[in-house]
Design a protein around this ligand. Sequence first.
Ligand SMILES: [Zn+2]
Length: 399
Amino acid sequence: MSEKPFRRCRTFKYRLHPTKHQEQALTRLLSFQRELYNAALEERIGVWKWEKRSVTFFDQCQTLSTLKDVRPEVLEAGVTLCRGTLQRVDRAYAAFFRRVRRGETPGFPRFKGAARFDSLEWGDRSGWKLTEEHRLRLLGVGVVTMNYHRPLAGTPKAITVKREGRKWWVSIRCVDVPAQPLAPTGRAVGLDLGIVNLLATSEGQLVDPERFAKRGRERLALAQRSLATKQRGSNRRARHVEEVARLHRKVRNQRSNAHHQLSRRLVNEFDLIVVEDLRIKNMVRSPKPKPDPSDPSSFLPNGAAAKAGLNHSISDAGWGLLLSRIAYKAEEAGRTVVTVDPRYTSQRCVVCNHVAPSNRVSQAVFRCQRCGHEDHADVNAACNILWAGRAQLAVASVG
Ligand SMILES: [Zn+2]
């Protein structure tokens, strides 16, 4: 058997402009699929409770045909759409158990109210089609106008249609996307992903990809505070809920755009990009327990809660998202991305290799206690990261 050929994937997102009639049809599909989602979740919970047996995605797909007799409307838009919904239940379950295994305390997958169910997934190529005029034909909805603002590449494989506020979008997943190699630049860079929403490069640049979203975040905070004062169930509150959701989306989009621009710039400029392994980084961040000297059985506060908040803000900042964007753009352009263990990168002197916690004088300042080398602490860390990445590549090329 030959190896499975490598298929480069990309997702392209376009705005949809459904007519009033089509919008009603889409909303109807959402409500049927929500019903299916909740029923599938209920089945999984019930079977586990009464029969101590788990129901798989495949089990649930097989029972889909029984809907023909009891609830034929749900199958109207095709079985692919229904399978897409069952897949979502399956993903929610898998994510829940993954987090449990990691020792976290995630919320159990929940039943979705109408406000919480806003996307439709077609996992394969039936039930929808892109027409030659770049419009989207959906079974049960019709031909929907699409704002084809940039060309697709590769072969469309699956789609997700999503409602965000009053807008509709389609994400088209393509495979076999052709590579677009860039000419080599002969340059390499290390990136230190900071705590205070700052990214430092080994070339001494400090970038704040969150800068653009700052205004939006402030307005969001204001709107959330004002929402808290509105009476439950009132019209005024409902309007505010919508406004808060809109601002959330706006902040998310601004962040996403900033990350796209930053990752594009890095991939254009550098042949080799070295980044930290975020999993290790987050692990290292959790502070050591500090025993209480007067009572050996108890511990003094060590700022764990504050650090937990910190970790939260890291995930908020979406470093992972930035890295994945760097990774796929780099791959498409034929660039190399290396991931390294970030331990000691903030304590090591890049000039003489002396490692000591005291080298880091403050949050921002690094001063080597042996050779006196001084730099911005994050830039020094970024240089160490680049160095570690080069070392890793050298080892790989020898071995
Ligand atoms: Zn030194």
